[in-house]
Design a protein around this ligand. Structure first.
Ligand code: SAM
Length: 289
């Protein structure tokens, strides 16, 4: 069996199949021997649990997951990689490759069918162009105990950001609503074939049983969050009131901010998760009264 982290072996394997890398599919394959074992170890999979991998490529991470997990299901969109995976995963038991687009999958149904009665994690070196929607879908599906993914470092910083920083935004709050998020380690471009332009990071999102602070109406909470960051340079009163015109007026937003001891000129990036939860509650109270 080929060593999938040896550049020469990977090139000759791909040449045998006449494979050419697709930029559009975010194909940068890992060729470093330590990154995949570290990721698989960090993903928390074990003999009693299942793992969903998105985009197995030629199976370098898949093989590491297969030696640790009870079952691996790997979803790959590029049909040209299916015969390659058949060869590279021939000796890796407990792996099922599914041909498909992760963005079109019904994740709860796939988990129910493929992992009955098992705790399930997700682990992937994600194609960079669909990072945000894939992470959103994985978290919102509420099917996974932990999501361990390699993504661009800049997106990793946004997910794990603290209030008051330039990286903090609506996507931070969405991820932190569902999970405890941490950057585990950085991976330089030289670890991939072909080398991408930017540094990557591996992050782990450990799914929470409940949000960090209780949120009465999650749909409204996310509207308020998106509204607060919709016009980042504006003060919160202007950004929020123009986003929530069908729900409340400017005076009601001002009233809610006062009730939360927040000034009208504050910017959304200064508000903590708890501030957003309280602001949502006050807006709802004011509207209902
Ligand atoms: N896991 C491999 C590795 O680490 O070397 C490959 C990772 S590569 C960054 C991303 C993989 O995702 C590619 O194999 C690509 O074909 C696949 N892919 C891209 N878009 C996809 C989609 N929408 N659904 C499933 N797989 C996709």
């Amino acid at each position: 069996m080929e060593n999938l982290t040896d550049v020469g072996a990977v090139r000759s394997l791909l040449d045998r199949y006449g494979f050419r890398f697709s930029k559009a599919l975010g194909q940068n394959f890992l060729i470093n021997p330590t990154v995949c074992p570290r990721m698989a170890e960090a993903s928390g999979v074990g003999p009693a649990s299942g793992v969903l991998e998105i985009g197995p490529g030629i199976g370098v991470l898949t093989r590491e997951l297969a030696v640790r997990a009870g079952k691996v299901v790997a979803v790959e969109l590029d049909q040209r990689l299916l015969p390659v995976l058949e060869e590279t995963l021939r000796d890796a038991g407990r792996v099922k490759v599914v041909h498909g687009d992760v963005m079109k999958l019904d994740l709860p149904q796939l988990v129910r069918e493929q992992f009955p009665g098992m705790a399930v994690n997700a682990c992937a070196n994600l194609p960079y162009n669909i990072t945000t929607p894939v992470i959103t879908a994985l978290l919102q599906s509420q099917c996974f105990q932990a999501v361990t993914v390699m993504i661009q470092r800049e997106v990793a910083k946004r997910i794990c950001a603290q209030p008051g920083t330039a990286e903090y935004g609506a996507f931070t709050l969405l991820c932190q609503y569902y999970a405890h998020c941490e950057v585990l380690f950085d991976v330089p471009p030289s670890c991939f074939l072909p080398a991408p332009k930017v540094t990557s990071s591996v992050i782990r999102m450990t799914v929470r049983e409940a949000p960090p602070v209780p949120v009465g109406d999650p749909a409204l909470f996310f509207r308020v969050v998106r509204g607060a960051f919709a016009q980042r340079r504006k003060t919160i009163i202007n950004s929020l009131s123009s986003s929530l015109t069908d729900f409340v007026g400017k005076e009601e937003v001002a009233q809610a901010l006062r009730a939360c001891n927040l000034t009208e000129t504050i910017r959304g990036e200064r508000l903590t998760f708890a501030d957003f939860a309280q602001l949502t509650e006050k807006l709802q109270e004011i509207r209902g009264s």
